[in-house]
Design a protein around this ligand. Structure first.
Ligand code: KG4
Ligand code: ZN
Length: 342
């Protein structure tokens, strides 16, 4: 079954063709990120306009790359939320137009679940039950999946900033530019991760929720009090690299602490991770080290599939279709869609 996936929830316009929820035939992504850089974050109107301008071209390119024609498609899957409402509507409108014109089934998928589902592509399916961790620019969620026939159960989420948002804001404080995650990851490689003991916020005992606003503020105060002359002139004290490495280590320790706690609570021996922050090299290495000693398996997406793409949408759309879950032309954008909801 050939599935067309369409993703436009934030600043990436993406189309992909995936065969039987497993084989990627094409994966085309265009990002409007360069247009947002000077604003230090995504500007919804600019993102939305960029989707309108390039979606037809991206669709055409995905078809050509997959050596397919519109009439070869069996199913159209599109992200229906969460995300920026104007951006979501562009992808949904295109998906509806294709489904209506070609009389194809249409499926709206949850972007957060799709970030985990990408782990099912081009490799054996992970065994259930598992604990899922989604860490992206807009969300941080810990979930449980008892079986692939059941929906996800939400175990915990962030009370304030998302994990990727904390990376982006701290990078801004340190003058490292936008998006902050990859910049901090690179900078941290040259720093001392034990130089500054930034807080690991675990909230009340046993909680599976997250909070990242405290550590962001701790970095802000540290820079104000210790980096006299600003981040650019820091030679004699802790360097920007030390701050980046210490911040990253605190976030990684928090994520690992929570996900291991969730495994113990749910008696799960597999962790499936997804979302942009999963590309973080320290998170990947340290989570692997810590889980190995506890006999827990970890599934990471391939680095190229960690951030937003349409393969993950096509993959989840296929699995939903197999479970008998379909949408119709009344499908709406749902900017606040939660895990486990459709
Ligand atoms: O999943 P994603 O592409 O978009 C959303 O659904 O939000 O995630 C984007 C987020 C950004 O906050 C970005 O800074 C972060 O993922 N990110 C990283 C890394 N690469 C991307 N964070 C830490 N380390 C990275 N290497
Ligand atoms: Zn995402």
């Amino acid at each position: 079954m050939l599935v067309l996936g369409i993703e436009t929830s934030c600043d990436e316009t993406a189309c992909a063709l995936v065969e039987d929820g497993e084989s990627i035939l094409s994966n085309v992504i265009s990002s409007s990120l360069p247009l947002h850089r000077r604003f230090g974050g995504v500007v919804p109107e600019i993102a939305c306009r960029a989707h309108v301008e390039c979606i037809n071209y991206i669709l055409d390119k995905a078809l050509r790359q997959g050596r397919a024609d519109l009439k070869d498609i069996d199913l159209v899957a599109v992200t229906s939320g969460p995300g920026l409402v104007g951006s979501l509507l562009v992808g949904i409108s295109v998906a509806k137009a294709i489904a209506y014109t070609l009389r194809l089934p249409l499926i709206g998928v949850n972007h957060l679940e799709a970030h985990l589902e990408v782990n099912f592509l081009e490799r054996p399916r992970p065994k259930t039950p598992f604990v899922g961790l989604v860490v992206s620019g807009g969300h941080t969620s810990l979930v449980y999946r008892a079986s692939t026939e059941e929906d996800y159960e939400l175990l915990g989420r962030t009370h304030d900033d998302a994990c990727g948002e904390a990376f982006d804001k701290v990078a801004k404080i340190l003058g490292l530019g936008y998006p902050g995650g990859p910049a901090i990851d690179r900078k941290a490689k040259g720093g001392d991760l034990e130089r500054i003991a930034f807080p690991r916020v675990f909230l009340q005992k046993g909680s599976l929720d997250f909070s990242f606003s405290g550590i962001k503020t701790a970095v802000l105060y540290y820079v104000r009090d210790h980096l006299k002359g600003g981040p650019a002139r820091s030679a004699s004290q802790a360097s920007v690299a030390d701050i980046a490495a210490s911040f990253q280590e605190a976030v990684v320790d928090t994520l690992i602490g929570k996900v291991l706690l969730a495994c113990r609570k749910m008696r799960a021996s597999l962790i499936v991770v997804g979302g942009g922050v999963t590309a973080n090299s320290r998170l990947r290495d340290k989570l692997f080290e810590r889980t190995k000693s506890e006999g827990i398996g970890v599934r990471y997406p391939k680095p190229a599939l960690c951030t937003d793409n349409a393969c993950m949408v096509a993959c989840l759309g296929y699995r939903q279709f197999r479970r008998g879950i379909v949408s119709d032309l009344s499908l709406e954008a749902n900017p606040n869609l939660q895990f486990g909801a459709r």
